[in-house]
Design a protein around this ligand. Structure first.
Ligand code: UDP
Ligand code: MG
Length: 334
């Protein structure tokens, strides 16, 4: 049996969601029937140890025209599951959704309509988020900081429910836990990002896989993203500037101390103590060394960039208007 190429690819990363999979499949099917476009549902089983694999196999048997299952050998994390989903999706529009039915499959048509307004990525915004305070509060702080510092005006970066044009998922490189920053990375590439308020429900069954601890990880990742989106292309601009400033301060301190030394040792001016025991000397020397190290790191960064340079990654083309040449134009005879 073969199936036609789908237009829509639903990607569901899941870890131990046995009791959610059947109702999820049912409601996705109902919602996608409404949309009326060819679709696939790609479940990425991120190393489940419960009955999820058996249930997915059964869903595949019952609905082989739509269901696809990718099973990881072990738990690799949600970002890896999404990456695998993006890489294997056959559709032109990709939809990601958590497996626990916290997001409502009935909102898919509205999300697609928003995408059709001319966006490349639509992120769901859980206006009335149904999670405990220990999750929603850190999340608010996180969203506020990320939105301010990146200029990507979204209220909810971390919602698993998003709709993408294929070009976005083909371009954005994901590793670690960077899935939270897909909108930032996409925006940086010039993709048009929008959000749509959606309903949010308590988990249908099972337990959450994340705790409040992700806030800290989220901020570390944010540091990475800021670096990747601003200074990755010019590492010396970041390290060189701070290095030069610190080196400059160190140099001034040591010049001042050298001047005192001259006055005392050569000029014979009375009342000036020895400089060798002054804490300021240590500060000056440290600052000079630190400055040189920072500049060297910046230069090393530039070197890495030089050797890993790929011209196609220096820009992102939205479209090209041109006329195809015919196959058999006359070739130059040399
Ligand atoms: N998930 C996953 N791999 C993991 C952790 C979570 O695929 O290592 C899936 C999980 O099964 C769910 C989605 O990611 O479909 C979101 O997880 P969860 O609902 O636990 O997060 P919360 O909604 O509590 O923030
Ligand atoms: Mg959830």
């Amino acid at each position: 049996m073969t199936v036609p190429k789908p237009l829509l690819s639903l990607i569901i990363p899941l870890l131990n969601e046995a009791d959610n999979l059947r109702p999820l499949h049912e409601r996705l099917t109902a919602s996608l029937a409404q949309v009326g476009q060819p679709y696939e549902i790609l479940f990425v089983d991120d190393g489940s140890t419960d009955a999820s694999p058996a249930i997915l196999e059964d869903l595949f048997r019952r609905d082989p025209a739509h269901v696809r299952v990718i099973q990881f050998r072990r738990n690799f994390g949600k970002t890896a599951a999404l990456s695998a989903g993006f890489a294997h999706a056959r559709g032109q529009v990709l939809i990601t959704m958590d497996a626990d039915l916290q997001d409502d499959p009935s909102e898919i048509p509205a999300m697609l309509a928003k995408l059709d307004e001319g966006y490349d990525l639509v992120a769901a915004w859980r206006v009335d988020r149904q999670d405990s305070l220990d999750k929603t509060l850190p999340s608010r702080l996180f969203n506020f900081v990320v939105s301010r510092l990146t200029g990507v005006r979204l209220h909810d970066f971390n919602c698993g429910f998003k709709v993408y044009r294929r070009a976005v998922t083909d371009t954005v490189r994901l590793y670690g836990e960077l899935h939270r920053f897909i909108p930032v990375l996409a925006h940086q590439q010039g993709f048009r990002v929008a959000e749509l308020p959606v309903q949010h429900h308590p988990r249908h069954a099972g337990t959450s896989k994340y705790g409040a601890g992700r806030l800290l990880k989220g901020f570390f990742d944010f540091g990475t993203v800021l670096f990747l989106t601003t200074y990755l292309k010019r590492p010396l601009h970041l390290f060189g500037a701070s290095g030069l400033a610190i080196f400059g301060v160190g140099t001034l301190i040591n010049l001042y101390l050298a001047f005192l030394w001259l006055l005392r040792e050569v000029g014979g001016v009375a009342g000036i103590g020895p400089i060798g025991t002054r804490p300021l000397l240590t500060v000056g020397v440290l600052a000079m060394i630190l400055g040189i190290q920072l500049i060297s790191i910046g230069l090393l960064g530039e070197m890495l960039r030089y050797f890993t340079f790929r011209p196609a990654e220096e820009y992102a083309i939205r479209r090209v208007l041109e006329t195809e040449t015919t196959e058999n134009t006359t070739h130059l005879q040399i």
